[in-house]
Design a binder for this molecule. Sequence first.
Ligand code: GLY
Length: 618
Amino acid sequence: MTIHKAPRSAALLLTALALLAAPACAPEEADTPQAQAAAVDYTIPPQPELATGYQEKPGWATSEFAVAAANPLATDAGFQVIEAGGNAIDAAVAVQLVLTLVEPQSSGIGGGAFLLLWDGSDVLAWNGRETAPAAADEDHFLQSDGTPLAFQDAVHSGLSVGVPGTLAMLERAHAERGSLPWAELFRPAIALAEEGFAISPRLHSLLQADQGLRRDPVARALYYDEAGDALPVGHELRNPALAAVLRRVADEGARAFYQGAVAEDIVARVQGHPERPGNMTVEDLAAYPEQDFRTEAICTPWRSYSICGFPPPSSGHLAIMQMLGILEHLDETHGEVTGLEEGVPSAAWLHRYLEAGKLAFADRNQYVGDPGFAEAPGGSWTNMLALDYLAERAALIGERSMGTASPGHPGGARENAGLHPEQPDRGTSHVSIVDREGNAVSMTMTIEAGFGSRIMSDGGTGLPGGFHLNNELTDFSLSPLDDAGRPIANRVEPGKRPRSSMSPSLVFDLESGDFVASVGSPGGAAIIHYTAKAIVGMLAWGLDAQEAIDLPNFANYNGPSTLETGRFPSAVLSTLRAQGHEVREAALTSGLQAIQRTPDGGLFGGADPRREGIVMGR
Ligand code: GLY
């Protein structure tokens, strides 16, 4: 196979984005004075990453295949792999490897991922979530006085780094369902790492804004000039260390990452953190690829569709389907309300949705954790989606805001676990792919916060550059106990996977079983709301993938309601406030990607105008 560097169209798009994007990041997004002042007993999760402008996207119609990813170079890698005869799994591997290089703030080989594949008859799921080291225990993030570390101190540490899962999981998925040789899929990323790629406006802004990355010597040498400024937009960035690591993994397989010099360097960087060292060992890394990556997707009927998503440790599918199920019940018992008014979700619909969001997040914080450790309520996670249970929950929604919801008792579950406090989580990237055979991928990948733990490894190569190590362990509750002294389901335990919000989703026609759509998003806990919005937009409101993605964002994490700044008429905000909602505005920088099957048998893809993604296909 010959794989070329990005075609002119993608390069031109990058240049266009460079010219058009907002010149600086939006400082109001993450830590607004309003948000800080208003946060009494609840903190809105900070935005996944700083906003870098809103660029209209056209939506892309194709007839044979489509690849949708968060960066044009990554999309193009998947495109070229499929053009060269690869399938959706092959393309997903190539996309992830390129994203490690060109969207390093969001995902990469130092992180984890959830992968769903529709192979024409089954939905297969591979769980590449990071794990806590064997030496980690529930005191992992506690200081000597028993209180948890400040959240950002926990993030910027060796303690936050989970054993990376992405490469081992992709290798297993590729071994089971890939078609091209593994090593071929590394060509785009190696070529770009060796020859250089133009730093995008988004990457530049995030590098410039980040306060922690400059302190890492590997990152500082790679991304910053002598004065400490981020290298400019358009700078041709080479990453020889990453290229060398990828060459080894291409030739020797993922064991070249999980054993030997690369693993030793990861451990040295984690254990050698100058302020807050972690306890990961080479044994933790060597053990990771030995696990069973396959898990069972959960497929839930909704209207005339079956929506498939990831089980715990993801909270995503359960929360999305709780909200959609509650809305469906209210439609049946109280009549439908108008969904869209003048192109944006109506106040009446938002009231129901935001209340349903509170109920879903209350259950999420009570029950969801790694199923290898946390007990499913009533013995089964699907008790949380039972129609009679959702009817009980829907009955709690009245004309006025309930303020804060309490968890329910799905499957008769008792509240014997502690209540998880809301913690910020962020970062992440999503790719949707449909190949020429009709196989569909929905994969969400993460290193958690932007640039993860702010620790880079050069893989022991001694060359400039490297890859980012995740901070996924801060997706655990930092405190093992809640205020009442009860153990929290999502507390740190050795070998455990932290709870996730990642919600890769595949949609099918309930009757025929035909593929309808692949969708997902980054965005921390807001992933759940972004993905739900796109699903409702496509399935309930008849929008195409691009229109659904473009809809203004909204979120509730069982407290105040957040609406995307400047995207809703003031009447919507005042109506919600009159109903008792505490309404805030924030940038809500989703990064949705979606591909849907069109009635004529073609495909239509959309990419989020809030980030740099595009769709390519034929
Ligand atoms: N770290 C993002 C998530 O897994 O939800």
